[in-house]
Design a protein around this ligand. Structure first.
Ligand code: CTP
Length: 403
């Protein structure tokens, strides 16, 4: 449809970037990026009208996002057609602007385009040897200033390398080391570093990326306190396992990967130093407060868990330890615990305990003649404890207990 519309409007349209790369790799990718040799915003408007959807346009960048009615997002960018006048009687040449568009990108594997106009549909446009690099499993930059222009590409290189099990090419690796020795990382804003870290934590195997970063001295370059020692590697290994286990079994509540892994990356950093890290990563006041609070809560919960044993009336104690924590905190405790029975009971909490509800409410308490007041919270809490410990499972038993 997009190709036909392009031809109707007289413009070449290409699918580009990760979408094309993933087709060649045989991996699923639902994020379609289009480049139009013409007016991308006008194209996006017609496209949305034709298929049913909304458009968000950024006229400054000549880009638009089409959100189709089925939820599918299509990013549309403009590649300007540029005409160069040659002196003397030579003809005006039209420079292929898709080439310029692709040349500005990070790696050859991301600098592929696929023609989608009818008649040329499916033709691969590969100016920089991307197909060969994909075959050889190599991450390669397009030019030697790539990392100087944008040092976050160093983290992107590592992320793609580990995700696809590729190798960063020799010259590209030299350019990375050169960029690091020029301390380009220290010039990067905390917000941008944090954004890239978050993308890394969203990967299937974040630890592989973090280890590669450590090997290249990037952890230190971000902040010396983030250097991965043996203890942190160990906890991060457990966190990956626990996280994968959780993803396999549960959809709710969802885990925010960076919150989970940042706990592991900052393990052992003292209270009076941790703000150096959150400061470097440009946390907002609020993010900082939430993160410190989570670390404190975990510390407290760890102390309590050390004294926790299985047995009668014990499940409600566990409930009280875990209930104030967000899911990232609970998974962290699971990863930290060496004792099998603690892991097993935390798993019980996630599967069942956290959802326990009692069959009695304030109205019921009023009906049995208890005067409303702060006492209600205490009674309801006691009933919850009783239910969790199996002492008052039914409404009848709970009402009796309340009396
Ligand atoms: N890009 C770039 N430099 C950056 C970020 C992005 O050149 N610092 C280019 C890349 O060539 C990429 C395109 O912009 O193909 C879109 O970026 P993004 O959506 O992050 O890349 P994907 O390849 O789609 O990555 P992912 O598979 O992780 O979604």
């Amino acid at each position: 449809e997009a190709g036909e519309l392009g031809t109707d409007m007289g413009w070449e349209v290409y699918a580009v970037g990760g979408f094309v790369r993933d087709i060649l790799l045989g991996r699923p990718n639902l994020d379609l990026d289009l480049v139009v040799e013409g007016d991308g915003i006008a194209f996006a408007r017609r496209f949305a009208a034709k298929l049913g959807g909304r458009v968000k346009a950024h006229s400054k960048f000549k880009t638009a996002v089409v959100i189709l009615d089925d939820g599918q997002r299509v990013d549309v960018a403009t590649a300007r057609l540029e005409y160069y006048e040659y002196p003397a009687a030579l003809p005006t040449v039209e420079l292929s602007s898709i080439k310029m568009d692709l040349y500005r990108r990070d790696f050859t594997v991301n600098a592929l385009a696929l023609r989608i106009n009818p008649g040329r549909y499916g033709q691969l446009v590969d100016f920089f040897g991307a197909e060969r690099d994909i075959r050889n499993k190599t991450i390669r930059v397009l030019h030697s200033l790539s990392f100087v222009e944008d040092p976050t590409r160093i983290l992107r290189a590592i992320r793609f390398e580990r995700r696809f099990d590729f190798q960063i090419g020799g010259q590209t690796m030299r350019l990375i080391k050169n960029a690091l020795s020029l301390k380009l990382f220290s010039k990067l804003s905390g917000t941008r570093v944090m954004h890239e870290l978050q993308l890394i934590m969203n990967e299937e195997d974040p630890l592989a990326c973090l280890l590669r970063m450590q090997e290249l001295g990037i952890m230190e370059a971000i902040h010396p306190l983030l250097s991965l020692d043996k203890e942190r590697v160990q906890i991060l290994t457990e966190l990956v396992k626990v996280h994968n286990w959780y993803k396999l079994l549960y959809l709710e509540p969802p885990v925010v990967p960076w919150k989970l892994y940042l706990l592991g990356m900052t393990m052992g950093i003292k209270r009076d130093q941790i703000d150096q890290v959150t400061g470097r990563l440009h946390f907002t006041r609020r993010e900082e407060r939430d993160f410190f609070q989570l670390r404190d809560q975990i510390g407290e919960a760890l102390m309590k868990l050390m004294g926790w044993k299985e047995g009668r009336s014990r499940l409600s104690r566990l409930y009280k330890i875990l209930h104030p924590l967000p899911v990232e905190g609970i998974l962290f405790l699971m990863a930290r615990s060496r004792k099998e029975y603690i892991r097993r009971n935390i798993s019980q909490y996630l599967a069942r305990l956290q959802y326990v509800e009692i069959e009695v409410n304030g109205k019921d308490l009023k009906n049995i003649g208890i005067e409303p007041g702060p006492i209600y919270a205490i009674i309801l809490d006691k009933l919850m404890t009783a239910k969790i410990d199996g002492r008052a499972e039914t409404r009848h038993e709970q009402l009796n207990l309340a009396k």
